[in-house]
Design a protein. Structure first.
Length: 245
């Protein structure tokens, strides 16, 4: 997915209804549960939890919701055991797809993924079948404003350890190695920058252009079905839809 298309998708998500926003909060709550399970409930000593909290704030998740999710994950308000899964395969038009999942029922989500792929022009593959086509990177998006100093932000990002800095139509995109992501994000957050999004993404090494409208509509439907599933955390693909070049 190109940076431009990613930004377009982010803008669309920010305009979603309260119901859809609630689904986003549900997904983030599950990410919090995974982070707490791995590193504890104290953000000061748990970098992954700090990163998820930053994502929550970027999505305007209320502080009360964040605190409640942490308490639930630590067992104070009851607990659910979530686990992470990754599904790989091909979507309409032969695009490579990776679906990151956080679930409390591995058997249920496996059946749901198989159904979505099989019934909508895709094919679910074995672990690793397309993963090699993507590089895992930290990606931070900061909205461009009239008063933003591009050079100052670029130098701050690169000095903090970022690999790359790109200027998109409506945002600045900062790319890091996964190991440097937390440090770069925290440095920029400490400098007062507000994020549209910040997280670990899978960047395709090569992309596939989707030229015809029929296939594009099938891909968009496929993505909607995946993203509407509460267990799905992220969807990555290497397709370029019409208008995203």
């Amino acid at each position: 997915m190109s940076g431009h298309s990613k930004w377009a998708n982010i803008k669309n998500k920010k305009e979603k209804t309260d119901f859809q926003r609630g689904k986003i909060f549900t997904k983030i709550g599950r990410e919090i549960a995974i982070a707490v399970k791995e590193g504890g409930a104290d953000p000061n000593s748990n970098a992954k939890l700090r990163d998820v909290i930053a994502t929550a704030k970027a999505n305007n998740m209320p502080n009360d919701n964040i605190t409640r999710s942490i308490k639930k994950a630590s067992g104070e308000l009851g607990s659910v055991n979530y686990e992470e899964c990754v599904y790989e395969g091909y979507g309409p038009g032969g695009i490579a797809m990776i679906v990151d999942v956080v679930t409390d029922n591995r058997n249920r989500i496996a059946a749901e993924m198989r159904h979505i792929f099989d019934k909508n022009g895709g094919s679910l593959g074995a672990a690793g079948c397309v993963g090699w086509m993507f590089d895992k990177k930290g990606v931070i998006l900061i909205e461009r404003g009239e008063s933003d100093d591009e050079d100052e932000l670029m130098m701050a990002a690169l000095d903090a350890g970022a690999e790359d800095f790109a200027v998109l139509d409506d945002a600045f995109e900062i790319t890091t190695a996964p190991v440097d992501f937390s440090a770069v994000r925290e440095t920029l957050e400490g400098a007062g920058y507000m994020f549209i999004s910040a997280g670990l993404d899978r960047i395709p090494q090569n992309t596939v252009g989707i030229k015809d409208d029929e296939t594009a509509q099938k891909v968009e439907k496929f993505l909607d079905l995946l993203e509407d599933n509460d267990d799905v955390r992220n969807v990555f693909h290497n397709g370029i839809l019409p208008g995203e070049d």
